[in-house]
Design a protein around this ligand. Structure first.
Ligand SMILES: Nc1nc2c(ncn2[C@@H]2O[C@H](COP(=O)(O)OP(=O)(O)OP(=O)(O)O)[C@@H](O)[C@H]2O)c(=O)[nH]1
Length: 475
């Protein structure tokens, strides 16, 4: 049968904290067991403020081993000696009436770095109520609950169908900035020695998407060299104090990770601040990796979607725009020409006697000729022109800001190039091929279908009147 214990939690007075008298008798090692497991640093000092106990979390947080702390004055931990004196007046003296108290304090680690932390501390009294010493619990800035909360938020962002991929990355940056309590958040793409900001959270607007920096001038060069998450919480106190990023931007604290996309290093995710912060824990670095992996996944998905979209709009054989893509371009260019009042021409082309190529050199020979013709088209047009393959041996060119004279000039150039460029149909053979073409100028108020109808009619006319020629569409 289990032993019943009276924890005596029900103090009659609601303002009094519950008593835990009896617990010690139940388990004398209880307090030590708890202190050993706590993520908070627990320091107990005697009446002269010399350390008599420090738990394992104190060693981790401050970087001293226990023997270096025991017997030392607690001034060892303070960043500023005046704080030690002030706390001695306010809290850590036998004359204070209150018990434990919560406050924030700047501390200094064994390596000289400084951090801010929440502290709960005050006077201890013995069983007779006489002052016996002092205790302080120093809480690292990110307790476990905060990490769980951040994880839940991260999941909510990734699973939110209302957010597009860019909005998700922005939301992850904001989440990471709040998690680490570092105001500047950047997702970068690395392009050679260039650091390109793709997404950022920058409270003062000092960094904007599209900004470029030399990679060696950023802390991320360190992260990329390490190939894993890296964090430093007080640059002035570290070997990075001569780093150009510190000299130019004065960023005291930084945590960052490489972003991997499809097995390659894409860029970095990083959070930073002009202020020093609490030292980063191993958990922080794991968390950093998790955020960077999530961003990497979003970028990978975006790239795959872009590739799929491009594939759905590309003619597989020639790499030109396919019918669907060229129709969209035409719609868009017609709307643009209406707004601008500038002319728009469409040139439709069909290789002559193409069937004979297939019959002589086989389908592969015909495919080779189609690819070679596509290359001629791409080489002959301006960047703003769009070439497409409608199917079979029929091709089209959309020529913005081009009148009929301009369209004729394009066609003539193509005829000259084709006459001078035999197309490859097999390993050994190249043949000179001709094509027939129809040209039409967009009329006011005309839409895609009637325009294409007129171009087709002109092409048909070119075929019927002997091939290897251009006919211009009339009414
Ligand atoms: N190799 C290859 N042949 C294709 C492709 N698409 C259509 N063809 C062939 O292209 C040929 C078109 O023949 P026709 O419509 O008679 O045209 P043509 O021989 O060029 O004659 P004209 O246009 O009147 O000068 C057919 O043999 C089709 O099978 C393709 O993607 N690859």
């Amino acid at each position: 049968m289990s032993k019943r214990i009276n924890f005596d939690m029900s103090s009659g007075d609601k303002d009094e904290p519950p008593s835990i008298a009896g617990l010690n008798a139940f388990s004398p090692s209880l307090l030590a067991d708890i202190f050993n497991q706590l993520p908070e640093a627990v320091v107990v000092a005697d009446m002269s403020r010399r350390v008599v106990y420090a738990n394992p979390a104190t060693e981790r947080l401050f970087g001293y081993c226990r023997s270096e702390m025991i017997g030392q004055r607690t001034s060892l931990f303070y960043a500023h000696s005046e704080d030690f004196n002030e706390q001695g007046e306010q809290r850590y003296n036998p004359n204070v009436n209150g018990g434990m108290d919560n406050y924030r304090m700047s501390y200094r680690c064994a390596d000289g770095s400084v951090f801010l932390a929440h502290t709960c501390g005050g006077l201890l009294r013995d069983l007779e109520g006489k002052p016996s010493g002092y205790i302080a619990l120093v809480r690292p800035s990110r307790p476990m609950e905060k990490s769980i909360d951040t994880l839940q938020r991260l999941h909510a962002i990734s699973a939110n169908p209302a957010l597009d991929r860019g909005a998700r990355i922005d939301a992850i940056l904001a989440l990471g900035a709040s998690h680490f309590d570092l105001p500047l958040a950047i997702q970068s793409r690395i392009d050679g020695e260039q650091y390109l900001v793709e997404h950022c959270v920058s409270p003062d607007g000092a960094v904007v998407p599209g900004a470029r920096f030399d990679l060696p001038g950023t802390y991320c060069v360190t992260t990329l060299r390490a190939g894993r998450p890296v964090g430093f919480h007080h640059t002035a106190q570290s070997e990075l104090k001569k780093h150009p990023c510190y000299l130019n931007f004065g960023l005291e604290s930084y945590i960052g990770s490489p972003i991997h996309v499809g097995g390659r290093v894409y860029g970095t995710l990083n959070f930073s601040s002009p202020e020093p912060c609490s030292p980063f824990t191993p958990d922080d670095l794991i968390f950093m990796q998790l955020l960077a992996d999530t961003v990497g996944h979003e970028i990978h998905e975006r790239e795959m979607n872009d590739q799929l979209r491009a594939l759905a709009r590309t003619d597989e054989l020639t790499g030109l725009a396919n019918r669907r893509a060229i129709m969209e371009t035409l719609e868009w260019q017609i709307a643009r020409a209406r707004r601008s009042g500038l002319p728009l021409c469409v040139l439709s082309m069909d290789l002559d006697h193409f069937k004979q190529v297939n019959d002589t050199w086989g389908h592969a020979g015909g495919d080779s000729a189609l690819r070679a013709f596509a290359r001629v088209l791409v080489r002959s047009c301006r960047e703003v022109d769009r070439c497409g393959r409608l199917g079979g041996e029929e091709f089209i060119m959309v020529l913005p800001d081009t009148d009929l004279d301009g369209g004729r000039a394009v066609a003539e150039r193509l005829y000259d190039t084709m006459a001078a460029t035999p197309l490859q149909v097999s390993d050994q053979d190249r043949i000179t091929m001709t094509f027939s073409a129809g040209l039409a100028l967009l009329r006011p108020e005309e839409t895609v279908a009637p325009l294409l109808h007129r171009v087709d009619a002109a092409l048909y006319q070119a075929k019927n009147s002997g091939r290897n020629r251009l006919c211009v569409a009339g009414d």
